[in-house]
Design a protein around this ligand. Structure first.
Ligand code: ATP
Length: 314
């Protein structure tokens, strides 16, 4: 491999910069050139490709977001788009590519590999919704950010003796909700993977808690269930207890990455380059069973994980 390209794709996640930095510096230490592709696959097709050296990644390990920007790209889902993407890599001498993103970004990487570009995927998403790994870059920071915000909401919720529904991110996965629910000592945790839409159970729970002297009732609701505002209105009407919804939103995706995200993302970035240097392609890096591992990309995409099985959830 002479030249490694690196891009971030899909939703941004804190720690992506640490991964980019590790890719750039590991590749340079192995005598390779590095090109940064801005705005994911969209930037690849638009030739938004910049040379990177050691200094390009100075002082980014502590920064949230991604210095390469990220985007979604419909054109890259087409056969023509993928062929053109591979062509762009060849034009810029990129013979190995590190893609940092979620499942969708992995599928794009697989297509490039089919067109002869060696690719390795790194799990970059706050949602932890990639089956082949128990850790994704950004999850640790996001749950800590959400946890701190929920602590603050809890203070005011208790003072006003309210019920609070707090909606956290996670797309269709409930990992952020589950972890915050435990860390914040929530009374109820609603997970898309197992929610039965029975609000009466929650209402009964609130009434019972109130009878037992609880001053607040915290419900962590996952984005995949949503509708927190209307749920709050219905719960207030049924219980007579003031109920407010707070949707935490994008603040969960930003901020300085946690120590864990910086360290794990750095190790994964270095591993991606090592795999490419060994001539491997179509691989994805993960954290499983207490070690960093890599899988065939399609094998990884076919895996499933169940949040209700404890070892995968926590
Ligand atoms: P997140 O979990 O944050 O949403 P993601 O990587 O799953 O991240 P997607 O929007 O699904 O996010 O995918 C990112 C980009 O990857 C898409 O905009 C598209 O360009 C490319 N992509 C997704 N699916 C495919 C596919 N099946 N074939 C080719 N490219 C794809």
């Amino acid at each position: 491999i002479n030249t490694i390209g690196v891009l971030t794709s899909g939703g941004d996640a804190p720690g992506m910069n640490a991964a980019i930095r590790a890719v750039v510096r590991t590749a340079i230490s192995k005598g390779m050139n590095v090109k940064g592709i801005q705005r994911g696959y969209a930037g690849l097709l638009n030739e938004e490709i910049v040379d990177m050296n050691s200094r390009s990644v100075s002082e980014i390990i502590q920064r949230g977001g991604t210095i390469l920007y990220t985007a979604r790209c419909e054109e890259f889902r087409t056969e023509e788009g993928q062929a053109r993407g591979a062509e762009m890599c060849r034009k810029h001498g990129i013979d190995g590519l590190v893609v940092i993103g979620g499942d969708g970004s992995y599928r794009g990487a697989g297509k490039l590999a089919e067109h002869g570009i060696n690719t390795v995927g790194l799990p970059g998403t706050i949602d932890l919704d990639i089956a082949c790994t128990d850790y994704t870059i950004g999850f640790d920071t996001a749950v800590n950010t959400a946890m701190e915000a929920i602590d603050k909401i809890r203070d005011t919720s208790t003072s006003h003796e309210r019920c609070s529904i707090i909606e956290v991110m996670g797309r269709n996965a409930g990992y952020i909700a589950l972890w915050c629910g435990i860390a914040n000592g929530a009374e109820d945790i609603l997970l898309p993977e197992r929610y039965d839409c029975n609000e009466q159970t929650i209402i009964n729970h609130i009434i019972e808690h109130r009878k037992n002297g609880k001053k607040h009732h915290i419900i962590i609701n996952a984005e995949g269930i949503g509708h927190s505002t209307s749920m709050a209105k219905r719960i207030e009407a049924a219980t007579g207890i003031e109920t407010r919804a707070s949707i935490l939103g994008y603040m969960q995706r930003g901020g300085m990455p946690s120590c864990k995200d910086r360290v794990y993302a750095s190790i994964m970035g270095a591993k991606a380059v090592e795999l490419l240097a060994e001539g491997k392609s179509n691989r994805v890096v993960g954290w499983r069973g207490g070690e960093f591992v890599d899988y065939d990309l399609y094998e990884a995409l076919a895996m499933q994980k169940d949040i209700c099985e404890e070892e995968y959830a926590i």
